[in-house]
Design a protein around this ligand. Structure first.
Ligand code: NZQ
Ligand code: ZN
Length: 390
């Protein structure tokens, strides 16, 4: 297949320590009134808040705040933020946080120009003509929201967690300082890495012709990077080399470069979003539990060569090994990395999730039809994968 694609990611990235001094001068190019969005307070505890505010004050920018954005951000936070933007005539939405804060800020920027309920942007795929410029100061390596145009928002009333996006939501400028991630907890560090890996699996395990040799090797290199550096970051949270590798991998796993040729659906992500919609778990934790079950479920004669290729190039499995044996070994090594090396909980039962919502989660994950992923999955298939997670 010779698919065409367009790659255009114009986010300007300031990478490395002490670049935050450039924040004020960059914001100033877009306006004077800034809505500073952040989460539950980690940025106040680690000193980042003060640096962000200083850089803005140095340029006499006017600062408004929206704090308390939740992990798995709620639509109510989007509503609140959009209201402030309209009332105060905000010029730029500045997200300082992880994926949740950045995602919420993206939808605030768009919802500012929408007359109806912001939930329509997710549930009815409304794309507004205008969108306020979004800036991000990333604090955790995981989602890649700092360099993509999408976001995911939860609605507790309907128990939905939906994704959406538009080119206008792509951050204009993102600040990536690995030292800011020194304070990320072990749990969020390992779950963030499981998320990065999953973004890569979603675009690596695709039908033939939807990747290319050059991108395959690039993705395997990034998987090796995450596998090499996550245990180091856990052991030494202030290891700069580990944190910088994870941070840059987070952005490049999902910014559209490696997945440029992909046509098929993602699979583990839509399934996980249904789990975190109901149980409010950390996204990467859900993915870590689901991924190896999905791998085992889709493994057959037709997919085994790809799993073998992954195992050989990422885990160093003997290339002479029988194809199916090597494929199984690579799935075992994935499990061993996630559950033993990183110590992530390996079952739903362990994290208090039972089988009560499996049919509804499966139905919603495939929207009552078929997830046209690496292997097409219908509701029954997804139910089986979810049951294997218990
Ligand atoms: O809220 P604060 O106090 O800041 O604490 C956060 C939060 O409790 C904490 N944290 C973040 N940076 C820290 C820190 N703690 C100490 N030091 C720091 N430097 O970590 C906790 C989790 O933060 P969150 O932003 O929720 O994590 P993550 O970055 O993993 O984002 C997850 C959200 O992004 C969505 C997920 O579904 C989930 O809602 N995703 C967004 C994507 C995108 N935009 O492209 C793609 C992903 O696949 C994903 O679905
Ligand atoms: Zn993800």
């Amino acid at each position: 297949m010779n698919e065409q694609f367009t790659y255009y990611i114009p986010t300007k990235v300031y990478f490395g320590p002490d670049q935050i001094g450039h924040l004020g001068e960059e914001l100033e190019k877009y306006g004077k009134k800034i809505l500073l969005c952040y989460g539950g307070g980690s940025i106040k505890r680690n000193g980042l808040y003060d640096k962000v505010v200083k850089s803005m004050k140095d340029k006499d920018l006017e600062i408004f705040e929206l704090s308390g954005i939740e992990p798995n951000p709620r639509i109510d936070s989007v509503r609140k933020g959009a209201e402030i933007c309209r009332k105060e005539n905000i010029d730029v939405v500045l997200a300082v946080g992880g994926g949740s804060v950045i995602d919420c800020s993206k939808f605030i920027a768009s919802a500012t120009f929408y007359d109806g309920d912001p939930w329509d942007l997710l549930s009815k795929h409304v794309v507004t003509e205008k969108c306020l410029p979004v800036f991000s100061v990333l604090t955790a390596a995981a989602t890649g929201s700092e360099m993509d145009a999408g976001g995911v928002i939860s609605n507790p009333e309907t128990q939905d967690k939906l994704g959406g996006g538009a080119p206008g939501m792509l951050p204009k400028v993102s600040f990536l300082d690995p030292t800011v991630t020194y304070t990320v907890s072990t749990k969020q560090t390992v779950c963030g890495s499981a998320d990065i890996l999953s973004h890569l699996y979603e675009i690596y395990f695709v039908p033939e012709g939807q990747s290319m040799y050059m991108l395959d090797r690039f993705m395997e290199g990034m998987m090796r990077t995450v596998i090499k550096y996550t245990p180091i970051a856990v052991k030494e949270p202030d290891n700069y080399e580990a944190r910088e590798n994870l941070m840059w991998a987070s952005s490049w796993a999902i910014n559209g470069f490696a997945g440029a040729k992909q046509q098929c659906d993602w699979t583990c992500h839509p399934i996980e979003h249904e789990v975190s919609a109901i149980y409010d778990i950390t996204h990467g934790l859900g993915l870590a539990i689901i991924t190896p079950r999905w791998m085992r479920y889709v493994l057959d004669k037709s997919t085994a060569p790809r799993f073998r290729e992954y195992g050989v190039n990422v885990f160093g499995i003997d290339p002479e090994m029988d194809t199916m044996e090597a494929a199984l070994k690579s799935i075992e090594m994935t499990e061993d990395f996630l559950f033993n090396t990183l110590g992530i909980s390996s079952t739903f039962t362990e994290i208090g999730i039972g089988d009560e919502n499996i049919p509804v989660m499966a139905e919603k994950a495939c929207k009552g039809g078929i997830l046209e992923g690496y292997k097409p999955l219908n509701k029954e298939d997804i139910e089986k994968i979810l049951r294997a997670c218990l």
